[in-house]
Design a protein around this ligand. Structure first.
Ligand code: SER
Length: 592
């Protein structure tokens, strides 16, 4: 089965069960400073899982682009990826365990759909703890569908609990479905993912999101009981096609072939070659998809840009190990663009920019390597600490230092490097946690007020600078709001002052704030602004538009204040460049 067929079948199945098909959200979360990337289909839906009405109703399904950088060091084995596609269906306070599980089983095993032999499947359910009971309810539903008791494993929170996506928010126990990936056609009778973890491939996860995790670590029941399911497209294709690894599916194999052609090596030329080819393919696929997003992410030293930089540089390192010389990233990215241009239109829109950025980053990395080499040769006998300084100051990879040291017949104390590295990571983590307030699950008064203020900011920018102003990103913490937008030059202090005055004037008018569910066509006809390209598209699809009196009309999930005086006052504290043609404003609320 191809990726195209699987996406189509999945959406068709859930449409037949009354689900509205929604688009993949951006890989870069809107208004959520708690995470850098969209890690699951539920992430953009957090406000709706918490009770906001969704314009498309209570049953949704989609194919979501996801990035999980937590798995970056595992990439190279047969199943881990940084970018992947997730098929998902949701109930927003509508159906619950019985329907979710029954439909998962039907889709997996019914000949009309995937037709997987039930003997090759096993499931797990939550074993229970102080926060939530053992999930016998789900186990009984599986049994009623014909799953034998010995194919049902019971696992703790570490395995069978999902969420929240950030630090706080919706989460709950889950039940997971696995495909037999061990030797022989069928698993031994006694084997299930609880007893035999390594031989089962997780393909689908039904999460019963009925709790909210609070900042203090406690769990409170949510207003509504939700279902959030996620099926890994790549892994499911592995199962359906009987492949040994995810790199053989059709959204990867052409990349491997390109890398084979460029390097003159074969994928099966030994463990080291296979691993490096997988890393090059995965990392360049992920870097391309992040840059393809209309948010304009490019390689840099911070946030998403840093991840892109790391992915590209790691891909280059492994390509060099394969003997690949010269610039090659854009050639591989062109294959990624070809694979995804029909599925995610933003890839085609941004491909020229992506190729140029990749070439620029390869050049920079080559220069870094040269400089690092010079520094390396200045040090007579390298210690673990020196290796760390080469890494942290010059970006010189540890693997390279090790290689060079070994060539000289010496060694270094890797434990010292690891210690320094750990300290460095703890520091960056501490930096990151400072940002960890706010988020899509944060409906605190401070965050909601700033959210409405962001809408005023966008409209005021358009009033002062012109209608070319388009949102490129928005990020709100309890302390400040940050808004990225298109504009070719620096915004002058006079212009900023005017923007600030307009916002405060509008706040003082105490406009009422309300939303309406409109079709894209209606929203456009009424002059709404916002990220249309994310929100769709299919004729008749509904979107939610927030109105601030007659001053601002913008597509948004909410929530917002009820009237603008609740915002207080607003002050712009900074204006700066993010990248070519994209500016950033930071603003804080002040009490009036
Ligand atoms: N959020 C769950 C997961 O990522 C189900 O989609 O596994």
């Amino acid at each position: 089965m191809t990726s195209k067929e699987l996406r189509q079948k999945y959406l068709e199945f859930f449409k037949s069960k009354g689900h509205a098909i929604i688009p993949s959200a951006s890989l870069i979360p809107e208004n959520d400073p708690t995470v850098l990337f969209t890690t699951a289909g539920m992430h953009p839906l957090v406000p709706y899982l918490m009770g906001e009405p969704h314009p498309e109703g209570k049953r949704l399904a989609n194919v979501q682009k996801c990035i999980r950088t937590g798995d970056i060091d595992e990439v190279g084995d047969n199943r881990h990826l940084t970018f992947f596609e997730m098929l998902g269906n949701w109930s927003l306070g509508d159906y619950f365990k019985a329907d979710a599980i029954q439909w998962s089983w039907e889709f997996l095993t019914d000949k009309k759909w995937l037709g997987i032999n039930a003997k090759k499947l096993a499931v797990t359910v939550f074993a229970g703890d102080v926060d939530a009971p053992r999930d016998e309810e789900s186990a009984d539903i599986w049994k009623s569908l014909g799953v034998p008791a010995h194919k049902i494993g019971y696992l703790p929170k570490k395995n069978n609990w999902w969420g929240p996506a950030g630090q706080t928010g919706p989460c709950g126990p889950d039940t997971e479905m696995f495909y037999w990936a061990g030797a022989g056609e069928y698993p031994p009778e006694s084997s299930n993912p609880e007893t035999d973890e390594d031989h089962w491939l997780e393909i689908w996860n039904d999460v019963f999101m009925q709790y909210n995790k609070n900042a203090d670590g406690t769990y409170a029941p949510l207003k509504q009981k939700n279902v959030d399911t996620g099926m890994g497209l790549e892994r499911t294709l592995v199962a359906l096609n009987g492949y040994g690894d995810v790199f053989q599916i059709d959204t990867f194999w052409p990349l491997v072939q390109k890398i084979e052609q460029l390097s003159g090596k074969q994928y099966k030329d030994g463990e080291g070659v296979t691993k490096s080819m997988r890393i090059v393919a995965d990392h360049l696929r992920a870097a391309t998809m992040i840059m393809a997003d209309d948010r304009g992410i490019v390689p840099s030293n911070v946030d998403q840009g840093y991840v892109v930089r790391r992915l590209i540089r790691r891909a280059v390192r492994h390509a060099r190990q394969l003997g690949l010389k010269g610039k090659f990233c854009a050639d591989v990215a062109a294959v990624v663009a070809h694979i995804f241009c029909d599925v995610y239109p933003e890839v085609a829109r941004n491909e020229e920019k992506i190729f140029a950025e990749l070439a620029k980053e390869e050049e920079k990395f080559d220069a870094t390597l040269e400089k690092g080499l010079r520094e390396f040769h200045k040090i007579p006998s390298i210690t673990g600490h020196d290796a760390f300084v080469l890494y942290s100051t010059y970006g010189f990879p540890l693997e390279l230092t090790l290689e060079l040291v070994h060539e000289k017949g010496e060694g270094i104390d890797e434990a010292v490097f690891a210690q320094d590295f750990q300290k460095h990571q703890d520091l960056s983590r501490a930096g990151a946690t400072q940002k960890f307030s706010g988020g899509l699950a944060d409906h605190s008064e401070e965050v909601v007020r700033q959210h409405t203020a962001t809408h005023l900011l966008q409209q005021a920018l358009r009033d002062v600078l012109g209608n070319h102003i388009c949102q490129k990103g928005s990020n709100i913490t309890k302390e400040r709001l940050r808004f990225d937008f298109t504009h070719p030059s620096k915004v002058t202090p006079e212009e900023l002052k005017r923007v600030e005055e307009i916002m405060n004037e509008q706040i003082r008018k105490d406009h009422p704030v309300h939303f309406e569910m409109l079709t894209v066509e209606e929203a456009k006809a009424r002059g709404a602004i916002g990220l249309f390209e994310d929100k769709y598209s299919q004729l008749g699809n509904k979107i939610k538009v927030y109105f601030i009196g007659d001053y601002s009309k913008e597509i948004c999930g909410g929530p917002h204040v009820e009237h603008t005086r609740q915002i207080g006052g607003i002050t712009i504290v900074k204006e700066e460049a993010v990248s070519a043609g994209i500016r950033r404003i930071k603003a804080v609320l002040v009490d009036e």
